[in-house]
Design a protein around this ligand. Structure first.
Ligand SMILES: *Cc1c(COP(=O)(O)O)cnc(C)c1O
Length: 495
């Protein structure tokens, strides 16, 4: 199976090349040129398997450069970093609502599912293509992605990872997670500035062709780990299948029954993985796209117009504070079947900040997708409500999805069994969650104390990766001015 660019101006490539390149040379995203389909035998088989076997089975349909056996070995090692609950356990709340917990990995958020696997896919791709240069991953982070990338790439052969975080702008927990990072190939620096400063700095470094030459002379090449890489999307398709198999095994559904998935969305990556699963033949009724107050996707599904010209809100679910949902481009490609059209829409987005999709394509999308949003006030109510009803503590992103699903059910009467994707441990967003459960917190109390408080209130243990953070040894104390980021990278990489 080859991969094509959504914008149609780059040659087809193999899975290895797509993973190594990330973005296509024409600026598009790589998509599989056809979508493999599965039958009921395939699903029956998955029911007998553990998560790693399911991962190898599903991934091997897309990544033909590798054998199922190879993929199984890598998945088994990648996911050995998850805690005893596994990669994607499904927890039942009441009769009709199931929560799939995707945050049992080393950083307590769902990005681990993809970022524990991506470095392995990257290494296998380089081996396959005979590429020997050192891949230098460069990340600007507002908190979560940076830590997940550090954990994923630490000690990976032939790779180094450098993370810049804004000195003003990550929480105390997030900062300690990053500055205590171990590994022989990891670099972390704080930037004097906010997230935009860090991100602009990183973009500038990526665009610096002279610097690229300096690196090339040393056998190094910059690369990113962001969610447009096919190697990050593909591992996410797996857990939709896994949840389905688990529901069959627990007799919550019969094989062949349809289910809904409600997904807290920012970049449209996670929910798009669900669309691939459905397109492959997983019995899915609706994919419900849940946003916070940055509801650019809700408005898109309601009106057919994607418009990023709007106020940006900082919310209690910060990983969804996004106005450009990059992975929607892949959906547009599959829905319109026309790279020319996608290129035109994306040009409109750059030039005017908006585009409108034709009615026929919109109608088709709305057969599959429903969409809604929940603001911070609803999120707050929902965390309280879910804890009151089920003694279950959910994080802010999960609460957004839970609330949107509840509203969807009320509006439509659709009683299809539903899986709500839970994307972070509540301990990760402890300030908001604790305020919802027991009232406003004193802003002077340290987050590390709040973790203990939430543990007491909820009866759940603090996840191991967040325990005793404040007493761990700080290994990274570089602070740089925003104009010195290139020099800082160069120093890191020239050792
Ligand atoms: C990244 C993230 C999301 C959004 O995922 P997308 O793939 O961008 O849609 C939701 N919740 C959490 C906790 C995240 O870290």
């Amino acid at each position: 199976m080859k991969y094509v660019s959504t914008r149609g101006q780059s040659p087809k490539v193999t899975a290895s090349e797509a993973i190594l390149r990330g973005l296509a040379p024409d600026g598009g995203l790589y998509c599989p040129e056809y979508i493999p389909t599965v039958d009921q035998d395939f699903l029956d088989n998955l029911c007998q398997m553990d998560y790693n076997q399911r991962a190898a089975k599903v991934l091997s349909l897309f990544l033909e450069d590798f054998t199922e056996e190879q993929l199984l070995k890598e998945a088994t090692e990648a996911y050995s970093t998850f805690d005893e609950y596994g990669v994607a356990p499904v927890v039942q709340l009441g009769n009709d609502c199931n929560i799939m917990e995707l945050w049992h990995g080393p950083t307590c958020a769902f990005k681990d599912v993809a970022l524990q696997m991506l470095p392995r896919l990257l290494r296998m791709s380089k081996e396959k293509l005979g590429v020997e240069e050192e891949t230098c991953i460069l990340v600007a982070t507002s908190g979560d992605t940076g830590k997940a990338a550090l954990e994923g790439f630490k000690d990976a052969p032939g790779v180094s990872v450098t993370v810049f975080y804004p000195n003003q702008g990550v929480s105390a927990v997030q900062r300690m997670q990053m500055v205590t990072q171990q590994g022989n190939n990891v670099h972390v620096a704080a930037v004097e500035g906010n997230f935009d400063d860090a991100q602009s700095g990183v973009k500038k470094i990526f665009g610096d062709s002279e610097f690229a030459k300096v690196l090339a002379d040393r056998g190094q090449k910059l690369s990113s780990a962001n969610s447009i890489n096919w190697g990050r999307l593909a591992p996410q398709i797996v857990y939709y299948f896994s949840a389905y198999a688990d529901l069959v095994n627990s007799e919550s559904i019969k094989m062949g029954d349809k289910v809904n998935f409600c997904v807290p969305t920012g970049n449209f990556g996670d929910i798009l993985a669900g669309w691939y699963a459905k397109a492959m033949g997983l019995p899915v009724n609706k994919l419900i796209c849940a946003s916070n107050s940055n509801k650019v996707l809700t408005d898109f599904f309601a009106t057919g117009t994607y418009n990023k010209n709007r106020e940006f809100f900082k919310t209690g679910s910060p990983s969804m504070d996004i106005l450009i949902s990059s992975n929607l481009e892949r959906m547009l490609y599959h829905a319109t079947g026309s790279a020319e059209k996608v290129a035109d829409l994306m040009a409109q987005l750059v030039n005017n900040g908006q585009y409108t999709l034709d009615q026929a394509t919109m109608d088709e999308l709305c057969q599959v997708y429903a969409a809604g949003y929940a603001d911070d006030a609803i999120c707050d109510e929902t965390i309280k409500e879910v804890f009151g009803k089920y003694s279950y503590v959910c994080d802010t992103h999960t609460a957004v999805a839970y609330a949107v699903n509840k509203e969807y059910v009320a509006n439509t009467g659709d009683n299809t069994p539903t899986v709500v994707l839970s994307t972070a441990s509540p301990f990760k967003f402890v300030g908001f969650v604790l305020s919802s459960l027991v009232g406003q917190q004193d802003p002077d109390v340290s987050e590390f104390r709040l973790l203990e408080e939430l543990s007491t209130v909820s009866g759940d243990r603090i996840p191991a990766p967040l325990r005793n953070l404040e007493t761990r040894q700080v290994l990274h104390d570089t602070l740089c001015e925003k104009d010195d980021m290139k020099e800082t990278v160069n120093n890191f990489l020239n050792k």
